[in-house]
Design a protein. Structure first.
Lengths: 147, 77, 147, 77
């Protein structure tokens, strides 16, 4: 029932709602699962000095990022009784309102998925070398800072 | 020794490149950084971490690879 | 951007992955959202005394359940800075591997959605009069107990 | 007074019905329950809560509605 193998994490451009729906559908054969928890990061139209963000352009130090995603996956399976776990992150341009991060954990029980999902998302934000360039409507930009 | 240096995010705007190769004779990462601070005085004001062999390392670490990566604060998700 | 009005919570039968995908897609116009968190309850093929659960049949004291869902919604909007929130629960038969509960919260920031989602799911489990009858493969049954 | 009593989940298997109307002259819910325990001796062994006007109430509560609902432990989700 578990699929702990390393997966391709990066997706070119936005992550579509169809992709997420399909991913959910694929888990219907895994009948030991009782609870799924999904985190989606969506690009916000932040207002900074009277300019509105219209997109984020993501780049990554891909080799290290994939190694870190793998470490996070291993740590999560070690720490939590998960049935499966999927992480997808965008590279390139993601427009406002589109999804740039999709984290999906499944387990027999709900408590496990709540704890696991928050752990994984915080680990990604803190430890994966991905860089967001916020593009404003006038094509100027600033580098995104996580908090 | 030829060292390849990679830059990401904001740092690419300071260096105007994504990677470069530098001839370096020292063996501590901080010495390499001193060289880069001479070449790019603005780099000193930027917050960044150094990765070697895909792991973050302190600047006092020994140079163990011929590829060093300078990473600004992460902002994924 | 907020839609705090009372919604129809109960859905006849399983909640499809397409429905969930569409629900995600509808939020792309809400550009103040930075984080979504989704909980899905899926029917587990539990083994009880050598018999395997094949479906759960849900009934509810609907009037009180809808009132409770509304209270939970109000409490969540009061407690957390949410942009929107949706709850759907199945009534009737939901087969193993299918989804019976869909809770969806959105906010500018991730910390908010983690706290809110767990609060809402625990409130639903504790306070909403819904009853699950676990049907085994041989058509015998037992009444589900939450923990 | 005619009181409608509704049963849910497991309780419907004890009473063999989902609702019934009972003529009741008392005014405390626990008195109504005593009547039901006589009719359905097995009901006494079952865990349940009582709702009146869509809110859970203690069995010592006064009867304020002509509809009383007996609810076994909730198991939604």
């Amino acid at each position: 029932m578990s699929d702990k193998k390393s997966k391709n994490v990066f997706i070119k451009g936005a992550i579509s709602s169809e992709f997420i729906g399909n991913s959910i559908a694929k888990h219907q054969t895994k009948t030991s699962i009782g609870a799924h928890n999904i985190f989606l990061g969506q690009v916000r139209a932040d207002l900074v000095n009277n300019k509105t963000v219209s997109a984020i352009e993501y780049t990554a130090y891909e080799d290290m990022a994939n190694a870190k995603f793998h470490e996070i996956r291993e740590a999560a399976f070690e720490k939590f009784e998960l049935t499966c776990m999927h992480i997808y992150h965008s590279l390139g341009t993601v427009n406002v309102g589109e999804i740039c991060l999709f984290v999906f954990v499944s387990s027999p029980h709900r408590k496990t998925v709540f704890d696991a999902l928050e752990f994984i998302v915080e680990e990604i934000k803190a430890n994966v070398p991905v860089f967001g360039k916020e593009i404003f409507e006038d094509n100027s930009h600033q580098w995104k800072v996580n908090n | 020794m030829l060292i390849k240096i990679k830059y990401f995010g904001l740092l690419t705007e300071v260096t105007n490149c994504q990677e470069e190769t530098i001839d370096f004779s020292g063996n501590i990462i901080s010495e390499l950084l001193e060289l880069l601070f001479v070449k790019y005085p603005n780099l000193k004001n930027k917050e960044f971490q150094v990765a070697q062999n895909q792991e973050l390392v302190p600047v006092e670490a020994k140079l163990l690879s011929n590829e060093i990566v300078l990473l600004p604060p992460f902002s994924g998700g």
